[in-house]
Design a protein. Structure first.
Ligand SMILES: Nc1ncnc2c1ncn2[C@@H]1O[C@H](COP(=O)(O)OP(=O)(O)OP(=O)(O)O)[C@@H](O)[C@H]1O
Length: 246
């Protein structure tokens, strides 16, 4: 069942040169259907429009031609940005509590704080904490809002490799416990194969889909580097059009 239908016929930013009509389009003819609880990774060149896509899907940007339609019209979206975007005048816990839907218990938040290992610092202010801790807090906030759909924009960029690996595993564990649709932007193909049900390769602007690949590697093998590398080598042979994007 399609949970979210994305059809962006054209997105261009105001101020883009009218003389260079198609060259100025940021996104063109981008169509993607996402199934219920499906985890999708988007992989493409820098500056092609991936953040723009997430902003459109989450409703932050309405300036585009096309339609974003959900099966559930009351669906809740949560957005994990490249920068954790915690309010500096609130503690970690206060930042998270702001996202908790009214009338729901704090039990999930307690569980998430324990799972992410940040329960001990929940009453501290973001500026007193490392970027890794703030990223975990942003992830807890996103899950605490009990979303139907989560948008994640390179949430682990600039973290050291072991921390990123730990939080990636945590993300999958939380997602398996509380399934929902996910659109995850990354520049790291190994990360994409580790996380996704489907991998979408996109072109430079005007951004459109170059390849739509189902990750058939079973989840129990996703932490095995050799298996992941072999899978990547296989898709590069089967989909030569992605080679220039990697
Ligand atoms: N509000 C805006 N007004 C005008 N141009 C913008 C605006 N926001 C983004 N852009 C431009 O749109 C292009 C795409 O930006 P976007 O951040 O969506 O790319 P991206 O694929 O997410 O990049 P990266 O992989 O480097 O994060 C860039 O050239 C950017 O400068």
């Amino acid at each position: 069942m399609t949970a979210l239908h994305i059809d962006i016929r054209r997105k261009r930013y105001a101020g883009a040169s009218a003389a260079k009509k198609s060259a100025a389009d940021q996104i063109g003819n981008f169509r993607l259907d996402i199934a219920e609880n499906e985890f999708i990774c988007i992989f493409g060149p820098s500056g092609c429009g991936k953040t723009t896509l997430l902003n459109i899907v989450s409703g932050l940007d309405h300036q585009f031609e096309g339609v974003i339609a959900g099966e559930n019209t009351a669906a809740r979206f949560s957005h994990v940005f490249q920068n954790p975007r915690l309010l500096p005048w609130r503690t970690v816990r206060q930042n998270i509590d702001l996202a908790v839907p009214k009338g729901t218990s704090g039990e999930l938040v307690e569980h998430l704080l324990e799972e992410t290992g940040i329960a001990a610092v929940q009453h501290q202010y973001p500026e007193t904490l490392s970027l890794g801790v703030c990223r975990r807090a942003a992830l807890v906030r996103a899950f605490a809002s009990r979303p139907d759909f989560m948008l994640l924009d390179e949430p682990f960029v600039s973290l050291d490799a072991p921390t990123a690996r730990r939080i990636r595993k945590l993300l999958i564990r939380l997602w398996l416990e509380n399934p929902h649709g996910a659109l995850f932007v990354t520049h790291d193909l190994t990360e994409a194969v580790t996380l996704a049900d489907r991998l979408i390769f996109v072109s430079a602007a005007p951004m459109s889909i170059v390849a739509d690949i189902r990750i058939t590697l079973p989840r129990e093998f996703r932490n095995d580097n050799e298996q992941v590398s072999a899978f990547i080598a296989r898709i590069m042979t089967q989909h030569p059009q992605i080679q220039t994007l990697i």
